[in-house]
Write a protein that binds this ligand. Structure first.
Ligand SMILES: [Zn+2]
Length: 85
């Protein structure tokens, strides 16, 4: 079948070989999106744990008398400890 003038044949319209520049741009854009979603997710987890008075590292409830998390042993600032009066 002879292609119509002005149109590429069907086999020429489908990209069968990777476009190097497009492939690199796709990898960069998708990687950046994955990193941004991950950072936003971790930021939301830290924010939620601080707001609820939990250990930022493991999520265990912080005790006011302990300078370190009783579950994972990570130190937390005194400002993070909420009084449970
Ligand atoms: Zn902990």
């Amino acid at each position: 079948m002879k292609p119509r003038p002005g149109r590429l044949p069907f086999a020429r319209r489908i990209p069968l070989m990777p476009e190097p520049v497009g492939m690199v741009l796709n990898v960069l854009v998708v990687s950046a999106a994955i990193v941004l979603v991950r950072v936003a997710w971790l930021g939301a987890v830290v924010f939620r744990r601080r707001r609820k008075g939990l250990c930022v590292k493991c999520g265990y409830p912080i005790e006011a008398s302990a300078p370190r998390c009783p579950e994972c042993g990570s130190a937390y600032p005194a400002s993070a400890v909420q009084s449970r009066a």
